[in-house]
Write a protein that binds this ligand. Structure first.
Ligand code: 5GP
Ligand code: ZN
Length: 126
């Protein structure tokens, strides 16, 4: 079932870039898809490894909208990032996980997502 109204319970928002990637309407190189979560390379990578991890459903625009019953979902996103970092061979040297939140956080796509960056020293934040 596809619901197009904008709310935190929206399953799919046809105007959302990441929803379109989740449905395959916008192509991406899928590096993980377990039915609930999906990962793909950022189109403008800021590091040798730069993946985006999303819930396939449009469950919240950002962490700012997270409800208590969604904390486990974000935990599973972090666990997938950890697994992908190991698979990409960047875990031993280290990496960065980033949730950008709203305007001041630099968020461009209003579908909650986790950046996994690594493959070289990233320097201090900012
Ligand atoms: P934000 O700034 O919202 O945290 O991150 C959104 C990210 O999505 C940006 O780093 C941007 O490069 C990436 N992005 C935007 N559009 C697309 C797209 O169509 N495909 C992919 N793979 N990444 C995208
Ligand atoms: Zn979306």
């Amino acid at each position: 079932m596809v619901i197009s109204r904008m709310s935190t319970t929206t399953v799919n928002n046809p105007d959302c870039i990441f929803c379109q990637i989740a449905t395959g309407a916008i192509p991406a190189t899928v590096v993980a898809d377990d039915g609930e979560l999906m990962a793909f390379p950022d189109i403008h990578p800021r590091a040798p490894v730069h993946l985006i991890i999303i819930p396939k459903a449009h469950v919240m625009r950002s962490v700012a909208e997270m409800t208590d019953d969604q904390t486990a979902l974000l935990g599973r996103m972090i666990a997938l990032a950890k697994k992908l970092a190991e698979e990409k061979g960047i875990a031993d040297d280290g990496y960065r996980l980033v949730f950008n939140v709203r305007h001041h956080g630099g968020q461009e796509v209003d579908h909650v997502h986790l950046h996994l960056l690594g493959g070289q020293p990233l320097g201090p934040l900012g």
